[in-house]
Design a protein around this ligand. Structure first.
Ligand SMILES: Cc1cc2nc3c(=O)[nH]c(=O)nc-3n(C[C@H](O)[C@H](O)[C@H](O)COP(=O)(O)O)c2cc1C
Length: 512
């Protein structure tokens, strides 16, 4: 049943991309290019940029375009109203939220404020992203397709290589739900209607990269943690978020994987070559009056600062977290490093209750995703978001002949150039945990600044008469804010032949 947006009480501005970009501006996370700019300026401005970049007037149409919106964990976390190290927990919580999807009439949908008379892909601000790409790519395009078997909407992110005014190549090489739906249609000689949203809130992109067996419109609502207003497209029966910036409607034709698509600077930082892929045909374009187009960064040597790696990281972490829920008991944190594409190098912090659990975690992570290649497991005292602490743990808690797990012959991603053409690949696990159940000796205790807590005494001698003490405890005993008077008192006791040291270094009075 359709309901007017006002009746639903759904705020159609709250989750629009422009509102989030405004928030980034306030937070100092946005670089604004107010002057007229050519599309050729976009990719160099985004490459390795720690900020999101807003072009207020780009291309001959003077369109508004934003890139790198999700290119940092801090920005993704901001979109979820949380901190970077709490992001996974927040996403896992939202995945449990019961979704509410409400259809609104066209006149209430900002995404259809303007329906363009002449649908033309070359009238959109689409830039060439990498030097050897096969053409300009629409890269932040969320696809919506209806699964005819159950009426559910499948949602994903798929790039579109411009081939002309009405055609674009779509990469459907990797296994995905969309690929299965497309191939089911194409083998029956049928077109598959599809709508691409370009310009959406980061939560929608996170929902789109999840691969879960649910109606994924509901997933968008759950991850927004709010009811989702949807509207029916103008040229097909697909429903898309009514607050989208741009919507490109059309279909994938029935000819199959027939047209060359690529090369393209891919998510592992290298090019993917030319592939044969299906073709998208544009039938309509709708947009907001002040629509903001979006581009997603992907390839190159600054992967950690790309939208794609940050999105992939979150997806990897959700999948691994779920696998670990059954494999081990006390997972504390999971982090897929964005510099490895958000998938190849994975960190797990866990409490190992019994010997061997770290290896169980490694095996579970190996198996749950083809893209996980190297797994590092640490105790909860190591901050897995810190490269420095991980380097330290690898240096000091790891013996290569004891703690390395290497296995070969796994299904893997063909894009990995280190495979050198092989179809299967190796995985390695690094068990950086300390032995379980053993009290830590001083040699594996981590130094911390002194805190000077403990009982007070009138003198060093009185304190030691109470029992052996560390130097810190003796300073605390005397409420010393200096320490050197404690050295003098210890010197006097030593010269009087009354001082000894315990094995652990504590000072004690010689027993008489
Ligand atoms: C920016 C971006 C672009 C992507 N482009 C593609 C693509 O062109 N082709 C593809 O198969 N997957 C692509 N992906 C990955 C898919 O969106 C992801 O695997 C998704 O879960 C697939 O959804 P589905 O299995 O529900 O169809 C992309 C991901 C991101 C973040």
């Amino acid at each position: 049943m359709k309901t007017g947006a006002r009746e639903t009480g759904i705020d159609l501005e709250r989750f629009r991309l422009r509102s989030f970009v405004e928030e980034l501006r306030q937070a100092g996370e946005l670089e604004v290019r107010a002057a007229a700019a050519d599309l050729a300026e976009v990719a160099p401005a985004l490459e390795g940029n720690a900020k999101a970049v807003l072009f207020e007037r780009v291309g001959k149409e003077g369109a508004a375009l934003v890139g790198n919106v999700m290119g940092s964990r801090a920005r993704l976390a901001r979109a979820f109203g949380t901190a970077p190290d709490k992001l996974l927990a927040e996403v896992l919580r939202r995945l449990q939220v019961t979704p509410q999807v409400v259809e609104v009439p066209r006149e209430s949908a900002p995404a259809q404020e303007i329906a363009l008379d002449k649908a033309d892909l070359t009238a959109l601000p689409v830039n060439l992203q990498h030097g050897m790409d096969g053409g300009p790519y629409i890269s932040a395009s969320i696809d919506f397709v209806v699964d005819p078997s159950n009426g559910w909407t499948n949602v994903g992110v798929r790039r579109l290589m411009l081939r002309g005014r009405h055609e674009a190549g779509v990469d459907l090489n990797s296994p995905s739900d969309l690929r299965a739906l497309y191939e089911a249609a194409a083998t029956r000689g049928r077109r598959l209607p599809v709508a691409f949203v370009v310009g959406a809130h980061p939560a929608d992109y996170v929902a789109a990269v999840m691969r879960l067996p649910v109606d994924e419109l509901g997933l968008v609502a759950s991850l927004r943690d709010a009811p989702l207003a949807v509207v029916k497209c103008v040229s097909c029966d697909i429903r898309v978020p009514a607050d989208a910036e741009w919507v490109l409607e059309g279909y994938l034709d029935e000819r199959g994987h027939v047209e060359p698509e690529g090369p393209y600077g891919e998510f592992l930082g290298y090019y993917g070559g030319v592939k044969h892929n299906p073709v998208f045909h544009l039938t309509a374009v709708t947009r907001r009056r002040d629509a903001l187009f979006q581009t997603a960064t992907i390839g190159g040597r600054n992967l950690a600062r790309t939208d794609t790696a940050q999105l992939n990281a979150l997806r990897t972490e959700v999948m691994v977290w779920r696998a670990l829920e059954t494999a081990v008991r006390e997972t504390k944190a999971v982090y897929a490093t964005p510099a490895s594409g958000g998938m190849y190098n994975l960190r797990i912090a866990m409490r190992q209750r019994v010997p061997g659990e770290a290896r169980n975690a490694i095996a579970a992570a190996f198996g749950c995703l083809a893209n996980v290649k190297h797994v590092f497991v640490v105790d909860p005292d190591v901050d897995i978001f810190s490269d420095e602490q991980m380097d330290w743990a690898l240096a000091t808690r790891f013996q290569a002949d004891r703690d390395l797990v290497v296995q070969s012959g796994f299904r893997t991603l063909p894009l990995d150039p280190s495979l050198r053409g092989a179809r299967t690949g190796a995985k390695a696990g690094f068990d950086l945990t300390l032995p379980t159940g053993e009290a830590r000796g001083i040699e594996s205790t981590i130094p911390e600044p002194p805190r000077f807590e403990g009982k007070r005494f009138d003198s060093v001698e009185a304190a030691l008469a109470d029992g052996p003490k560390t130097f810190e405890a003796l300073m605390a005993a005397l409420a010393s804010r200096d320490g050197r008077e404690v050295v003098l008192a210890l010197e006097a006791l030593r010269e009087a032949g009354r001082l000894v040291r315990e094995k652990d270094g504590r000072y004690a009075l010689r027993s008489t």
